[in-house]
Design a binder for this molecule. Structure first.
Ligand SMILES: NC(=O)c1ccc[n+]([C@@H]2O[C@H](COP(=O)([O-])OP(=O)(O)OC[C@H]3O[C@@H](n4cnc5c(N)ncnc54)[C@H](O)[C@@H]3O)[C@@H](O)[C@H]2O)c1
Length: 459
């Protein structure tokens, strides 16, 4: 039997309808996350997206790794991993048990319960944020939208992107955040090649457009990480990531400038920093280096500086840190030049063995690597430069194909200068110091090893 309702009752019910709908979609998705039957699509299968996909596969979810790069999709489906944080054996296992599949067919999004965006967010030549990859991805999601989906942006971006850029695109399609669409930002914090902190050990910050969006995103990540840190909005989550990377950029710049001061004072900066680091509180050591590289530290601070311009606010720490960090490759070239000069050699015609071209230890990532700029400039000044990097077998530099050479005692003895640019653990620093005529060590890799007077120039 149906009861007829008064018009005021009907109005009240109408007002309550979105609330019921919201609870219905939220509880349906929450149940699927709880029993791991939620289907997850992760868009972008690079350094960030693949380890995340592997973590969800391992937790028992069915994951599709979407990427526009067909070649990468093919390789992943053969069980070959390109990132240091997922072994090919693990990937093959997930392929075989059906928990992971790579695809370039975005129509699968229609069947997904959860969509996570891990695409690049680089800078344009003008140093403005290039958000085009994120926008192209959102266009793809919108085409296959279905009520009740959870969409999470992980790509590092400027504050306000999720609320001001993504949300309106979904609202244009009639979606209501927290009712029939759940939207959140959760910054990726992975440190490629770091064996100590993998996906599970790195807490996940999560901020949704509404409390329901935050709840669902936090529940999802709770399946693969030990700790989820919920914040009040996507903007807080976006800013937390930028603050982490500005913090690193500024502290690296401080260490770099400090090393310049120590040189003037005739002291080794590493010895001073190590001494300061013996303080058990209130100090965190950062060390000087040949410059900053990778997809995060040289780029992300510019996202915040760009956004602040709209508030007529000119950031000061960010450009100062950038200026100091970007001056380091030139400083390294200067050190090589002077060290050769001290031996009555000139850079033009000198043979230099560069150790490491990746931007950091233990990985093969050469994006924004200062080593490239240094090698390129040394070659431009007439030096005969070869390189060795166990993680980068080949290199295209200034239209020239270079191949990594194998380090041997004879090779080290034969060159005028060994230039350590990346402190990969694979290099045998003890035997390098035993054989080399001259070492310029930009990473402190030979610090503490027995060396002859004037043999090693530290940064
Ligand atoms: N690499 C890191 O250490 C790191 C750490 C934290 C955060 N991040 C951030 O994570 C994001 C991704 O970085 P990454 O290092 O994984 O990049 P990456 O270049 O390794 O991988 C990005 C992948 O996205 C794919 N892609 C590009 N456009 C696409 C599109 N429209 N649809 C689907 N796939 C697309 C590319 O083919 C590539 O495979 C960036 O915002 C970055 O700043 C990176």
């Amino acid at each position: 039997m149906t009861e007829s309702k008064s018009s005021s009752e009907n109005e009240a019910l109408h007002e309550l309808a979105p609330a019921y709908e919201a609870i219905e979609y939220e509880s349906m998705l929450a149940a699927k996350i709880e029993d791991e039957s939620a289907r997850i699509s992760i868009i972008g299968q690079g350094y960030v997206g693949l380890p995340l996909a592997a973590a969800f596969s391992q937790a028992g979810f069915k994951v599709i790794g979407l990427d526009v790069d067909q070649e990468r999709v093919g390789t992943l489906n053969q069980g070959i991993s390109q990132t240091p944080d997922v072994s090919s054996e693990d990937l093959q296992r997930y392929r075989n048990d059906g928990s992971y599949q790579a695809s370039a067919d975005f129509s699968v999004l229609a069947e997904s319960d959860v969509i996570i965006i891990c695409v690049p967010t680089p800078l344009r030549k003008s140093k403005d944020p290039d958000i085009s990859y994120v926008l192209a991805t959102v266009d793809n999601i919108v085409k296959h939208l279905r009520a009740g989906q959870l969409v999470i942006l992980e790509s590092t971006t400027y504050p306000g992107t999720t609320q001001e850029l993504l949300l309106p695109r979904f609202e244009d399609e009639g979606c209501r955040a927290g009712v029939d669409l759940f939207l959140a930002f959760s910054p990726e914090r992975i440190d490629p090649g770091n064996r100590q902190f993998l996906v599970r050990q790195i807490p996940k910050v999560t901020g949704g457009i509404t409390p329901a969006c935050t709840r669902l995103a936090a529940q999802l990540y709770g399946k693969v990480v030990d700790r989820v840190f919920e914040v009040s909005s996507p903007k807080v989550a976006e800013l937390s990531k930028l603050y982490e990377n500005v913090f690193r950029s500024v502290n690296i710049a401080l260490a770099n400038e400090f090393s310049l001061m120590c040189r003037e004072l005739g002291v080794n900066s590493r010895e001073v920093i190590d001494a300061a680091a013996s303080k058990p509180f209130g100090f965190m050591p950062f060390y000087p280096g040949p410059g900053i590289g990778g997809h995060c530290i040289p780029i992300d601070p510019a996202y915040l500086a760009w956004k602040m311009k709209f508030s007529n606010y000119t950031t000061r720490f960010i450009p100062l840190a950038e200026e100091i960090n970007q001056s380091m490759p030139g400083h390294v070239i200067d050190l090589v030049n002077r060290a050769l000069n001290d031996r009555k050699r000139c850079l033009n015609g000198a043979s230099i063995l560069a150790l490491g071209v990746a931007y950091k230890r233990g990985v093969g990532d050469i994006r924004e690597s200062p080593a490239l700029q240094i090698i390129s400039e040394l070659k431009a000044q007439g030096a005969d430069v070869s390189y060795s990097d166990p993680h980068v077998p080949n290199l295209l530099l200034d239209d020239e194909h270079l191949a990594s050479v194998t380090v041997s005692d004879d090779l080290v003895r034969s060159v005028d200068c060994v230039l350590i640019l990346t402190d990969h653990p694979e290099f045998n620093y003890r035997s390098i110091v035993a054989c080399a005529n001259l070492i310029v060590d930009t990473r402190g890799a030979t610090w503490g090893l027995p060396r002859s007077a004037g043999q090693v120039v530290d940064l």
